[in-house]
Every structure is written in structure tokens, then in C-alpha cells.
Design a protein around this ligand. Structure first.
Ligand code: ZN
Length: 574
């Protein structure tokens, strides 16, 4: 069970450039290495490997991670297999594979448990009757391996007939609990749905309570175990994988029973998270099969919130999110039973999740009222914020205008610029991000060493939350600002860590510039101050005009003085 130890040891022994380099042709570019991304089709390289961070990142598709993520994804392995493969590469002793035999035993226990529960279902008339009433067919029972954990389960006895598993292993399987030093079974009087890994191995279960049993929650999952991590797995990921690939879209619904009943109705490109909200890792599982994801959540408040979250995650991963809900029905299951055609129509029409969310939000709004417009703008802004792909973003902005008849002036004027930027990026072999001046400032601030106090701008010059937080943290330190301080900052705020990581991946862009880092930094400071002052100028001019309008000479004179002061500072700046 020294899994963490093994991971650390392997990371110590292997270099990411070497590991990735055995799959991808890498070229050194400054501090980093770059090559064509193995996770998406591309002609020019946007895949960067940083030896400093021992991580990779693709600026085309967003794939990123360490050697474990890389090997796991490129070889389509599960974690234990990845561990085994990398341990071999690293030449780490056989002794280290004890952990791996634990994984094998845990898979074996889950496999045997599936058999046991499956046979118990056949034996129990009440459970069989319930399954039938719920509409599950014999075919589903077989293909999903649906079973039943009896009221007085004998799984332990069943396992003992095959092998002697030690107590720790049994507890690690998540199928047993220890109460007053006695090993007891976790699941009883529940319909058992096996959860399979991407490769089809049973790694856990979802147990649905039988009617009349009021012990525990309605649905109970295997807890986290060495082979089962809820956040990395989806119900149906194995059973639906081929159809997802074939149809090039994955439907994400709320629960495992929805997945099974959809399969029965011929809809086989469907998965569900395991009792928690959808995670980024789960979306990455889908992304390895298709870029298109169709969210089909409940129409209640929780479902709506889940959809917004899912939209943001998918957009950050540059996937294409679509959405619908089962309204007026309770869930997919009911809709498929009562109005199968409607479901088919919804999936064929594929409304974009962005439009779906906004339309839903607009249902009870009167757009002739100003605060309603403000509200929709807020909702749209928060959605647009997570859209990483500029072309998609502009597409959404156009959608927004047509849905809400709102003109997004600012973004519209920026559109040409965005497109120009895109063109420009195409000319570079490595598509690094185009930074705006404020981001450049923060990047440079964190890259220069030492950071001088005069380089730390006052917050008023900065608009973005993160930049403001960074300068506040820097300000709060006393003198002697060094790289060590940065480590400290990173500890204090994990969003700074993400930013810093991004910078390291882009560091070459700054280092390669003709100007020194400090010169570039000074340039950014000037620009930021300039922009701030120009805006102040405009504000004051408006105020002066207003003051003159109402004949308030005293105020207008005061404002005029301030304006002159600003003009002077601006002149000195340029
Ligand atoms: Zn990529």
C-alpha cells in the first residue's frame, strides 16, 4: 500500500522529457521542449513540456499533467497499470509491485462480488420482482451485471471459498466495514449496479436501496478505494464507450439507472457521474472519446446549477457542450418510456448549452426592464468567462445578442482584434497565449528577480481580481522580495500557483524578447498607469460637463485642476 511512495520514487527516477520524448518528437525551445500534441490532431506544435515543472501542457486541446497522466492517457491504461509500466521504466524493484498485487486482488474481490450479487438476484423472488417492475430487462441484467445484496449477505463466505483475503484487503475493497473488530458487509438489501473501469474491470458498485428498507441513503456507492476514485470514473464509461465514439457525442445524465434504461431504449452513448457533481477528470474521460458532450440533467434548481458548472468545465476543456432537460417529465427514464420521440428529437436538435441556459434564465424575465438586462448580462458574463476558445466565445456572443437582443459592444469591437490575434498565433510554431498588458505585467513581475518595491503597482491600476490579489500579497511582505517569497505566495493562494505554472510554460516568450525582463516590466507599468489615467481623464471631462450644465462653478474648477494634474503626469509618462 505504498502507492504514494511508489509514485514519488518513480517521479524521482524518471524525467518527463525522456518519458514523453519516447512517444513524441520533442525540440528544445529555450527552457522548455515542444512537439506535436499526441492527444489531438495538429500540424504545428502546441504541446510543451517543462523540465522545471516536470509537467506537460497542450495549448491546442488543453491536455496537461505529469508523467503519470501522460502514460495513462497515451496508452489508455488505468492507474495500477500505469504505475506498473512506469516502475518498469524506472527500474524499480519487484518488491515495489506489492502494491500492484493489491490492485489485482481488489479487482478480483470486485469481480467475485459481481458474480455473487448476480446469482443472489436470481435466487430472490422479491428483488427479481422489483427489478422487473422498474422495467429492467433480462438483457440489461446480463450486460450490466445487475445483482442483489441480500438482507443477510454471505459475500465473505463466498470469497473465502476462492481465496483467503486478509482483513485489510477486505476493508480496502470498500465492500466491508469493521464494527467492534468484526468485519461486516457494507451492502445489504440493495440492488447492486457494478461500476466498470474504462477497460471493463469492475471497480465498485452503486447500491440502490430496496423499498421498505430505510437504512442509509437511497443510492450508496463503494467508498474511495485504491482502485476506485469517484471523481475519475463515470457510470457507463465502459458499456457506452463504443457508441460514444461512433456517434461522436456523449450524453451525460444524472444517475446510473438512467444510463441503463437509456441503453434499453437503444440510446447507448450515455454516462452518469457517480453521485457527485461532474468533475473535470470525468469530462477528460469523455474527451478521450469525443469532443461533444450533451448534458441532460434534472430541471430542478440543483440540476440547473449542475448544468452551469458542467458548461464551464466543458468550455475550459474546449469541448462543445449541449443541453436539454426532461421537463415536463421527472427524468430521462420517464421521458423515454412516455415520449421516446421527444427524446430523440432533443438529441438531434442539440441545443447549445449556452443558449439553453440563457433561454431558461430568460423565461420569466421582461427585457424591457433595465435590471433584468443587467442580470442576464451577469449570467452571460459568468458563462463566457470560462470559454477558452476565442472563436467559440464570439459565436456565443452572437447567440446572446439574438437571444436577448443585447448588443455586446465591447466584445464586438474586440472581435476583429481577437481574429487578428488568432492569425498571428498561427504564424508561430508554438501557440503560446496572447497576453494582455495586465497579464504581461503580472507574468513579468513574477519572473523578474529580485522584485523591486517600485515595480509593485498600486491596486487601482489593475482591474483583474487575480492580479490585485498578487500585488496585495507582494505588498504585504517587507523588503527583500526574492524567489523564495514566490513559493510562499503560491502556498497561500492556489490560483496563483496555476498562474505561475502557466507562466513557466510561457516563459520563453518573455525571455526571448530583445528587452530585458525589467525593461519589459517597466514598459507594462507605464502602459497600465497610462490607461488608468486616460480613463480618469475621460471621467473627469464628463463630470466637468455636468457641473457646467448645472452651473456649479466651484466643482468644475476643482475638477479642472485635477484634470490638469493628470494631463501633466500623463505627459511625463510618455
Ligand atoms: Zn493537444
Amino acid at each position: 500500500m505504498d502507492q504514494n511512495n511508489n509514485v514519488a520514487q518513480i517521479k524521482e527516477a524518471l524525467d518527463i522529457v525522456q518519458v514523453v520524448g519516447s512517444y513524441v518528437e520533442l525540440k528544445q525551445t529555450g527552457k522548455n521542449f515542444s512537439g506535436k500534441c499526441p492527444f489531438h490532431q495538429e500540424k504545428t506544435p502546441s504541446f510543451i513540456v517543462s523540465p522545471d515543472l516536470q509537467r506537460y501542457k497542450c495549448f491546442g486541446c488543453g491536455a496537461s499533467g505529469d508523467i503519470f497522466n501522460f502514460v495513462q492517457n497515451i496508452e489508455s491504461l488505468d492507474f495500477p497499470e500505469t504505475l506498473e509500466k512506469l516502475a518498469k521504466m524506472a527500474g524499480i524493484e519487484i518488491k515495489q509491485f506489492e502494491g500492484n498485487s493489491t490492485f489485482k486482488s481488489l479487482e478480483e474481490i470486485n469481480y467475485l462480488a459481481t458474480q455473487y450479487y448476480y446469482n443472489e438476484l436470481k435466487k430472490d423472488p422479491q428483488a427479481s420482482k422489483y427489478i422487473e417492475e422498474r422495467g429492467f430487462t433480462k438483457e440489461s441484467i446480463k450486460s450490466f451485471g445487475i445483482g442483489y445484496a441480500p438482507r443477510k449477505p454471505q459475500l465473505l463466505k463466498f470469497l473465502n471459498r476462492h481465496a483467503k483475503y486478509n482483513t485489510q484487503l477486505l476493508l480496502n475493497s470498500g465492500l466491508f466495514v469493521e464494527k467492534e473488530k468484526v468485519v461486516k458487509e457494507k451492502f445489504y438489501d440493495r440492488i447492486m449496479f457494478p461500476i466498470r473501469s474504462k477497460r471493463g474491470k469492475v471497480i465498485g458498485f452503486t447500491g440502490r436501496i430496496m423499498p421498505g428498507n430505510n437504512w442509509g441513503p437511497k443510492y450508496m456507492n463503494t467508498p474511495e478505494t485504491p482502485i476506485f476514485h469517484k471523481k475519475d470514473n463515470l457510470f457507463g464509461q465502459y458499456e457506452s464507450r463504443q457508441e460514444i465514439r461512433k456517434s461522436d457525442i456523449a450524453i451525460v445524465c444524472e444517475g446510473s439507472t438512467d444510463v441503463i434504461s437509456a441503453h434499453q431504449h437503444g440510446v447507448k452513448n450515455i454516462v452518469a457521474p457517480l453521485g457527485t457533481s461532474l468533475t473535470r477528470e470525468q469530462l477528460e474521460v469523455i474527451r478521450s472519446l469525443t469532443n461533444n458532450v450533451f448534458f441532460f440533467f434534472d430541471s430542478d434548481t440543483a440540476g440547473k446549477a449542475a448544468l452551469v458548472r458542467a458548461f464551464k468545465l466543458a468550455s475550459e476543456l474546449k469541448m462543445n457542450p449541449y443541453a436539454a432537460n426532461a421537463s415536463p417529465y421527472k427524468d430521462i427514464d420517464e421521458m423515454l418510456q412516455k415520449e421516446h420521440d421527444k427524446f430523440v428529437k432533443l438529441t438531434e436538435e442539440r441545443m447549445e448549452a449556452f443558449s439553453f441556459i440563457l433561454k431558461d434564465f430568460l423565461l420569466d424575465k421582461d427585457l424591457n426592464r433595465l435590471n433584468n438586462i443587467e442580470e442576464i448580462r451577469k449570467v452571460a458574463d459568468s458563462l463566457l468567462e470560462s470559454v477558452k476558445d476565442p472563436v467559440t466565445k464570439n459565436h456565443y456572443i452572437e447567440r446572446l445578442s439574438s437571444i436577448a437582443k443585447i448588443q455586446y459592444q465591447e466584445e464586438k469591437t474586440n472581435k476583429n482584434e481577437t481574429l487578428k490575434k488568432l492569425d498571428k498565433q498561427k504564424q508561430f510554431p508554438v501557440k503560446t497565449k496572447a497576453y494582455d498588458i495586465e497579464e504581461r505585467y503580472i507574468c513579468l513581475l513574477l519572473l523578474v528577480s529580485p522584485i523591486t518595491v517600485s515595480s509593485i503597482l498600486d491596486k487601482k491600476y489593475l482591474s483583474e481580481g487575480l492580479s490585485r490579489r498578487i500585488v496585495t500579497l507582494l505588498e504585504s511582505q517587507e523588503t527583500d522580495i526574492t524567489k523564495d517569497l514566490l513559493a510562499e505566495l503560491i502556498n497561500k493562494d492556489s490560483s496563483i500557483k496555476d498562474k505561475y505554472e502557466e507562466l513557466i510554460f510561457n516563459a520563453d516568450k518573455f525571455i526571448a524578447d530583445k528587452m530585458s525582463l525589467q525593461e519589459q516590466l517597466d514598459f507594462c507599468i507605464k502602459r497600465l498607469k497610462g490607461t488608468y489615467l486616460e480613463n480618469r481623464q475621460k471621467e473627469i471631462k464628463v463630470k466637468i460637463a455636468m457641473a457646467e450644465e448645472i452651473g456649479d462653478n466651484e466643482a468644475s474648477e476643482k475638477l479642472l485642476l485635477e484634470l490638469l494634474k493628470i494631463n501633466k503626469i500623463l505627459k511625463e509618462l510618455t
